[in-house]
Ligand binder design. Structure first.
Ligand code: GUN
Ligand code: ZN
Length: 447
């Protein structure tokens, strides 16, 4: 909380509503010290960053005259949602009826990604995709492009125009996919290095080293990816791991000298802090322990895992191993752009495993937990003073059912739960990027 606000309201604005954010992982027991909640809170933003957060009755008197205050009844403000794994190039194949992973990749994904050789096509999809993310309240994501460098350049152009904090990378893939989608170990290295040099310090963007998965990279390409990781020790890394049984069997055939799937990536120096592995459905405890020890993270993609029949993520075993998990849509294997439906599916997955994902923990995973998983917790994820002011205003009355259900809610958890179980883009009233409203839904009176 801050008491000495500037006397001028230049660059200053405030949002008044219920406000929730997390300071740490609430764990299975919803630790009270892990979050702050203000029934009537005030979030003060200055020059795009969090200036102060606290109870409205304490803070509003300190606001200089003329400061714009966005005052919401029946709303809950939370930090912007973080999608820890998604493919913008798969926007147009969401809900394509492949059977399981390998069939779906061959029949829908690869043909679709071929289109991204065109910068013009890539830009038009990136524009749509990012507007869709904002409409759903997602303010940061770790994103896979296609094999084409231009696809990622188009994505970054569109993200820069919206001033978004985004991580993206060009896929490395030099075998076991159509020839038109293959790079080479050398060209993949060169294109990734060019992207890093050009974009990693531009705006709020960063570039990830992105081998698609062990099946589509030769040993030489994975070696080159490891060389990139050494040349750029702070670069994020993203790939897929242990998603589907047929995939795992194929990896074992391709790399018989390695002790398992994770060991393939580890051998080439790709398991480290800042590395995010999507799915991780079929791992051994020792593999989780190794990932945790090295500071890597998992992107838990529940809608994708259900859609492709891949399996049920073992969140509890990851927790036990001290392995970080973030939540992810995995568009287009995933079926929803938004994190609210993703939370609902994550809840279903934990229920099927006989576990319980509390609403507080779910909102933590979608915000600060996601930021920690993709290494952005120093900039985003909660309302600590000085952090970038990316957040969403959720409308408790967005639909007649939400309004009716909220009227019954007695506790904070009960208020969060309907958003988590049947909330979607209609519940996202505003999405704010560094203090600027970038997406706004006009409220419709429920009568
Ligand atoms: N494994 C390798 N590529 C992909 C992809 O595009 N989507 C999913 N879900 N898994 C993958
Ligand atoms: Zn994926």
């Amino acid at each position: 909380m801050s008491s000495s606000l500037p006397s001028s309201s230049k660059g200053l604005a405030a949002w008044q509503a219920s406000i929730l954010h997390f300071l740490s992982d609430p764990g299975e027991g919803d630790a009270p010290a892990s979050y702050e909640y203000y029934e009537r809170g005030l979030l003060i933003v200055e020059d795009g960053r969090v200036r102060a957060l606290g109870p409205a009755h304490e803070l509003s008197a300190s606001l200089p005259l003329g400061t714009v205050v966005h005052d919401f009844e029946n709303a809950l403000i939370v930090p912007g949602f973080v999608d820890t794994h998604t493919h913008f190039v798969q926007t147009d194949i969401v809900a394509s009826p492949g059977r399981q992973l390998l069939d779906w990749l061959e029949h829908y994904t690869f043909p679709e990604e071929d289109r991204f050789a065109s910068a013009e096509h890539a830009l038009s999809v990136a524009e749509f995709y990012l507007d869709e993310l904002l409409r759903h309240g997602t303010t940061s994501a770790m994103v896979m492009g296609s094999v084409h460098r231009v696809s990622v350049e188009a994505f970054f152009e569109a993200a820069l125009r919206r001033n978004l904090r985004m991580i993206a990378g060009k896929m490395l893939m030099d075998r076991n996919c159509p020839a038109t989608l293959q790079d080479t170990p050398e060209s993949g290295y060169r294109d990734t290095a060019l992207l890093i040099e050009r974009w990693s310090k531009t705006g709020r963007l960063d570039v990830a080293i992105t081998p698609r998965f062990a099946i589509t990279s030769s040993p030489l390409q994975l070696q080159k990816a490891g060389e990139l990781a050494r040349a750029y020790p702070r670069a994020p890394i993203q790939t897929h791991l242990a998603e589907n049984r047929a995939e795992i069997a194929w990896v074992q055939k391709l790399f018989p000298e390695r002790s398992g799937y994770l060991d393939v990536y580890d051998h080439y120096g790709l398991v480290r802090e800042g590395a995010v592995f999507a799915h991780c459905l079929h791992l051994a405890d020792e593999e989780r322990a190794l990932m945790a020890a090295k500071g890597a993270a998992v992107a838990f993609c529940p809608t994708s895992n259900l859609f492709l029949g891949s399996g049920l993520y073992d969140l509890r075993s990851s927790d036990t191993a001290g392995l970080k998990s973030g939540l992810a849509t995995d568009i287009g294997g995933g079926t929803h752009f938004g994190m609210l439906p993703t939370l609902g599916s994550a809840y279903g997955v934990t229920q099927l495993r006989g576990e319980y994902l509390s609403p507080l923990r779910a909102f933590y995973l979608a915000t600060l937990g996601g930021a920690q998983a993709i290494g952005l917790e120093g900039s985003i994820g909660n309302f600590a003073t000085g952090k970038e002011a990316d957040f969403v205003v959720l409308d408790r009355h967005a639909t007649p059912l939400l309004e009716r259900r909220q009227a019954r809610a007695r506790t904070l958890s009960e208020q969060l739960f309907p958003f988590m179980i049947f909330g979607d883009d209609r519940a996202v009233r505003q999405t704010v990027i560094m203090g600027e409203i970038r997406s706004e839904r006009v409220a419709v009176a429920n009568s």
